[in-house]
Design a binder for this molecule. Sequence first.
Ligand code: ASP
Length: 335
Amino acid sequence: MIRPFAALLALAALFSAPVLAAPAADAAATPSWSIAIHGGAGTLQRKNMTAEEEKAYRAALAAALDAGAKVLAEGGEALDAVEAAIVLLEDDPRFNAGRGAVFTWEGTNELDASIMDGRTRAAGAVAGVTTVRNPIRLARSVMDDGRHVFLSGAGAERFASQRGLEPAGPEWFATERRRRQLETMKAERVGALDVEFKFGTVGAVARDQAGHLAAGTSTGGMTGKRWGRIGDAPVIGAGTWADDRSCAVSATGWGEFFIRAGVAQAICDRVRLAGEGVQQAADTVIGEVAAMGGDGGVIVVSAEGETVYSFNTAGMYRGRADSTGTREVAIFAGD
Ligand code: ASP
């Protein structure tokens, strides 16, 4: 028998739930666009950096931030802002992505990257690439092509040349500083995690004026990696995630742990399914990584345009900007 009163209650609950769950609208505090970037996390301490080095890193971060912010301020898409910021960081030899990537055990540079569109959760990723100047552009091409999500090695490179992406030889990626890190690691028999500036991956997250989110990450991986090792950066859900319903995340850190914790997706799922704020969700998941023995950090932008960082290392190269006038870059934990 149908009980009309119960049915009515159920119907009312159905309609009222989303209304009750909706966050209080605060138009004044909501930026129309936002962006956050990172240039890796690690043992970054002021005492180990000269004033000139610090200045150069801050300038490089500011340039990448401004490139992304310009796209968003002009009404462009979050995806284009993310790509524009990451391309600059890939071309900068200071960071472990594109030019200046860390070396594998065999003395080569193997690059990983990924990008994701929060509108549809379309994604593109590449791993183990050695001949493409900007791996983030290749990841974007994989996504735009749409047939596959994740390409690796020689196949990814064939796809890159079919798409007419700019090639680069090994000498473009190789830097003396990174070669010394590999030599130090081999000579002192220390792990990748003991090499100073062990990380340095780059990434960006953005929310555009139409309210869409995107995330991207690009890396050379970890010094001394072997056997075709792939980290979290190109793994959708681990190093990169974007979903308009919750947030967009780019991660950096000890990739094995970030894969095992499914970091980027876990953060956005906590926001979407548990109703947590982005800071709380990010801190909780980075706490899980720490409890497992890993370290690193994330940048996050929420569906409302809030940008946050969370990391358990001594520092993380990072920056954020939005339409309300926020524009900051930071390196050390206390910045
Ligand atoms: N997450 C990267 C990896 O494990 C490294 C980094 O963030 O620097 O490949």
